[in-house]
Design a protein around this ligand. Structure first.
Ligand code: GLA
Length: 723
């Protein structure tokens, strides 16, 4: 009888609000294909019952039984592994137990459901709320934790994970990304062995640089682009982060993500809420390609500013002028931008400072007024001139920083992170402002707000961050120094949120000496990011490939420059697979090069919706062969763009056909080479094929000349088309 009632409930309510009679409450966090299932044990603890593809029969979830996977392990009693949470209560007791209290589910919109599960210590008025935002259509789950208490005095938090996920596979393969300045996003894969593997950052202002807060975890065997079971995960936090992978004596794995507990004990006052950043993940049993596409679709809706809107093409002046420019030179560059056909000119570093002009990187940061000697008519004259010529105008700032040689430093030494009793340590001759201080937050916000108020038609900002926290002492925090790393980031987000409240659609590029700060914590305030100062096109093939696993192409700024020695065509074709821009001396181009670039920009403008909004299929990895091939396909499968890059060939290298993906096998397509420099590189240009043929037999696309490239435009051929 009881079984019948349970079945009836399951069928009528689906998986929402199921309570099985025998054992436990089941709490499902569901997306289209995935379910993360929690259950409450007889001991009133919350357990993770399952994470994976949904079962066909929802009724069978209640038969699963409960593994000993306590959802959010605490420290101090029976758990002797790495905890998700560790605290010291107001009475100095260092133990915590968490029992289930209740859960709620709320639809936020058509696609997103928020599940909150409340846990509480039976001995203390101390509670933890686990939050899950499931984006149904995109198959992505965002998970974060809130911690609060009503004890008599403050509680100290030592560990405060965003998420703890349990896995029970035969083996685990971790794909991680590491780097350095100009070497971002280098991919490594390894089999996890017993014990703890930690990937983290202690850089303060930056999540990325040496390690990156993104990973793939493949279950049972390594996965490739089209097969394998895995999760792709990333932490939305721009400061110190920690990803811990603990493989125990039973070959079970716990993945614990969150802000880095390193030097970060946090004092939580009664009735205050400590909220962790989000861990964002997707599960796929069809390989890395699907996982990336899930994250891209999620990011376009939830992870970026205006992710579904067009981006501006631009000409930047950093690599062509560095600090050496004046009004006349800039006017010439506006003409170049117009000649190229881009939408905007972006003025980089070096436009500000008067007592200490920013003539190089050791002075001026903090003094955000135009240098009178360099720009006698100010920014407004530059904007007007650019606009008259036909391009918009954008500007570089580095608002969190100060050079000791600046008026700001002289006026407000108390706004700077530095030890009262040690000499200052510099990174790029600069120091970090104390963003834990609300006055400093106002100052940093004011940099953008003042510029926008004085120059309302400023159309773009590049927000840079060129230093880590090397002098980890906040004059503002006084006795609470261990909160510096966390409060810095929270202060930063407060400023970014204020900027977005007033200027919700202003295009902004996030930069940090290249890709030192790329994460979804900050990206929700930005339209795009600068992936690396390294713009050598060969290096960029790998760097952009790495970012493409977790970020959509519209967010990845790719500029054509003179850094690499490859042909202009190769450099252009590499940049065109992301958000294309220029940082090149246009007046040094030959007439043929200028014409080629103008045509490429025309092509890009025609195809950019497919590149920015289409589904990405990575066909051949530069880590596997001496070439790299990827393509984008629009949702209707009527238009695709394919990029093929031949890298440095070895003697005897030959290439097999490239099998396309993502097309409709029943449709017919015209394949046409574009961005042709001198003569076509693809012999089969302007021919028609079925989608079936292109995906099963494929095409011989890659050229056999080192550092050469082919771009193909693939268009559905309708019956009436005569071309
Ligand atoms: C950083 C950025 C560069 C450029 C310089 C300016 O290095 O990554 O793109 O803006 O700062 O100083």
């Amino acid at each position: 009888m009881m079984k019948k009632i349970t079945l009836f409930l399951l069928l009528t309510l689906g998986l929402q609000q199921i309570m099985t009679a025998q054992t436990a409450i089941l709490i499902p966090v569901e997306t289209k294909r995935t379910i993360l299932l929690y259950s409450v044990g007889k001991d009133q603890k919350l357990y993770q019952s399952y994470l994976g593809t949904k079962l066909q029969q929802a009724t069978e979830y209640s038969d699963m039984g409960t593994k000993n996977f306590e959802s959010y392990l605490s420290a101090g009693t029976s758990n002797l592994f790495e905890p998700a949470i560790r605290v010291r209560h107001a009475d100095n007791n260092p133990s915590l137990e968490l029992q289930y209290v209740s859960y709620q589910q709320k639809k936020i919109n058509d696609s997103i459901t928020l599940t909150t599960i409340k846990l509480k210590d039976p001995q203390y008025p101390f509670e933890v709320v686990l939050n899950f935002k499931a984006s149904f259509n995109e198959d992505v789950i965002e998970q974060w934790t809130e911690i609060r208490h009503t004890e008599k005095k403050a509680v100290t938090l030592y560990n405060f994970a965003s998420s703890m996920l349990h896995f029970d596979a035969s083996a685990y393969w971790l794909t991680q990304f590491h780097g350095n300045w100009a070497e971002e996003m280098r991919m490594q894969e390894s089999k996890l062995t017993s014990g703890i593997k930690i990937i983290d950052s202690k850089l303060g202002t930056r999540a990325d640089m040496y390690q990156t807060p993104v990973f793939f975890l493949s279950l049972n065997k390594p996965s490739d682009e089209t097969s394998g079971e895995l999760i792709a995960g990333t932490l939305a936090w721009s400061g110190n982060f920690q990803l811990a992978f603990e493989l125990d004596e039973l070959n079970s794995l716990r993945v614990i993500t969150g802000m880095n507990p390193y030097a970060s004990e946090y004092t939580l006052q009664p009735d205050k809420v400590f909220t962790t950043p989000s861990f964002i993940f997707t599960y796929s049993n069809k390989g890395k390609g699907e996982a990336s596409r899930n994250l891209h679709s999620w990011a376009r809706k939830n992870g970026l500013i205006d992710g579904d809107k067009p981006r501006l093409t631009l000409l930047n002046n950093w690599e062509t002028t560095f600090f050496n420019f004046d009004e006349t030179k800039l006017n010439g560059l506006f003409d170049d931008a117009v000649k190229l056909g881009v939408d905007l000119f972006l003025l980089d570093d070096g436009w500000f400072g008067n007592k200490y002009p920013r003539a190089n990187d050791n002075a001026g940061l903090g003094d955000w007024q135009e240098t009178k000697t360099k720009l006698p008519n100010g920014i407004e004259a530059l904007i007007k001139s650019a606009e008259q010529k036909g391009v918009k105008f954008g500007i570089w700032i580095e608002p969190e920083m100060v050079n000791p040689k600046s008026e700001l430093y002289e006026k407000h030494p108390e706004w700077v992170l530095r030890f009262p009793n040690r000499s200052e340590k510099y990174f790029r001759n600069q120091l970090v402002l104390d963003l834990t201080n609300p006055q400093v937050q106002d100052f940093v916000y004011g940099i953008i707000d003042n510029l926008m108020t004085a120059h309302p038609s400023l159309a773009y900002f590049k927000w840079d961050c060129n230093s880590m926290i090397g002098n980890a002492y906040s004059p503002y925090l006084k006795d609470n120094q261990s909160q510096l790393y966390i409060d810095y980031d929270l202060g930063l987000y407060k400023v970014m949120a204020r900027v977005r409240e007033k200027y919700p659609h202003l295009p902004m590029m996030l930069c940090s000496g290249g890709g030192g700060r790329v994460d979804y914590g900050a990206m929700k305030y930005f339209t795009e990011f600068w992936p690396s100062d390294n713009t050598d096109a060969l290096e960029r093939v790998y760097i952009q490939w790495g970012y493409s696993y977790f970020y959509p192409s519209e967010a990845i700024c790719c500029h054509i420059t003179s850094w690499g020695s490859q042909s202009l065509k190769f450099r252009t074709d590499v940049a065109m697979s992301g958000k294309m821009g220029y940082d090149i001396q246009v007046n040094k181009m030959t007439p043929e090069e200028l014409k080629f670039s103008q045509d490429a920009i025309e092509n890009y403008k025609r195809l950019n919706t497919v590149i920015w909004q289409g589904d990405l299929f990575r066909l051949i990895s530069p880590y596997d062969e001496n070439r790299s091939v990827l393509m984008y396909v629009n949702k209707e499968k009527s238009k695709a763009v394919l990029f093929s890059y031949t890298l440095n060939l070895r003697y005897g290298d030959t290439f097999k056909n490239v099998l396309l993906q993502g097309l409709d096998p029943l449709k017919h397509y015209r394949v046409r080479e574009i961005n042709i420099a001198t003569k076509p590189a693809f012999k089969e240009t302007d021919k028609d094929y079925s989608g079936d043929y292109l995906m099963k037999i494929g095409l011989s696309i890659s050229s056999t000349q080192s550092l050469s490239s082919v771009v193909l435009e693939i268009t559905e051929k309708l019956e009436q088309d005569t071309w």
